[in-house]
Design a protein around this ligand. Structure first.
Ligand SMILES: [Zn+2]
Length: 264
């Protein structure tokens, strides 16, 4: 499943290609045909992401909400002629030479403004939402400190912080030397401020490079997958910092990686 940085990148691409333009929307597969008609031919007013969800707001005040889930995928085409439809294309967006296909999303629905507000209320603060960043970070700290749930679970809960997935969870905890089973309320405000600020930093690197690089010395490089992270997918291997064996366990239904020495 893509983490927040990927969704923000797609929202940026949509803005770049379609903002202020009339977008033709169809549903080659048919499942989205009726809803597509409600927004097709409208001007795209805003394209944004909150956590792992993307919102396309049109001139007629209707918004398309998309959540890729595990199987959803985007495909951008640059073509003078309409690209051939391959497989189950739920929605196709076109303007000029740009055609974008959406396949297999968990959510693809047209909603009105009050419904958008409702969704946004439910979503936790997003480190990539710059405005107002301080309010967002305060919301995060409050949610974590009022919970006795393990921090490794809280970071995967989109109501606590949105946009963080399995890679960033493991890496953030390692970077701050936090034992993943620590209850949220046992963490200090200062620790949480630092984790939040670091998540802003890491997600920004992700948006810029499209890679989830979490080792500072590699931010500006093009590290291979094996080199990008401290603990993610490194179970059984020596910790890059202390040499201890990296551990693995299932937490919040996803594999969690951590160093038992650095994160004691
Ligand atoms: Zn270590």
């Amino acid at each position: 499943m893509p983490e927040g940085h990927t969704v923000h990148r797609i929202a940026n691409s949509f803005a770049q290609h379609f903002l202020g333009k009339t977008v033709t929307i169809s549903s080659p597969q048919g499942r989205f045909a009726k809803e597509a008609r409600a927004i097709s031919g409208q001007v795209l007013r805003r394209s944004y992401a909150v956590g792992k969800q993307m919102f396309l707001e049109f001139e007629n005040d209707l918004t398309l909400r998309i959540h890729l889930g595990i199987y959803g995928k985007w495909q951008f085409h640059d073509s003078k002629t309409k690209p051939k439809v391959v497989g189950q294309v739920r929605a196709r967006f076109s303007h000029g030479q740009t055609h974008v296909d959406l396949r297999g999303p968990t959510v693809c629905e047209v909603i009105d403004q009050p419904a958008v507000e409702e969704v946004l209320q439910r979503l936790g603060p997003d480190p990539l939402n710059p405005n107002p960043r301080e309010a967002e970070s305060n919301r995060f700290i409050k949610k974590v400190r009022s919970s006795s749930t393990e921090i490794g679970r809280l970071l995967m809960n989109q109501e606590v912080i949105s946009g963080i997935g399995n890679v960033y969870r493991a890496e953030l905890l390692f970077r701050h030397g936090v034992e993943p089973h620590t209850p949220g309320k046992a963490l200090s405000e200062q620790q949480l401020i630092e984790i939040w600020q670091d998540s802003v930093r890491l997600l920004k690197v992700g948006v810029k490079t499209s890679f989830m690089i979490t080792r500072d010395e590699l931010f500006a490089k093009h590290p291979s997958k094996e080199d990008r992270n401290w603990v993610y997918k490194r179970e059984g291997q020596p910790c890059r910092s202390c040499g201890a064996e990296i551990k693995i366990e299932l937490m919040a239904s996803r594999k969690l990686y951590w160093c038992p020495t650095c994160q004691a």
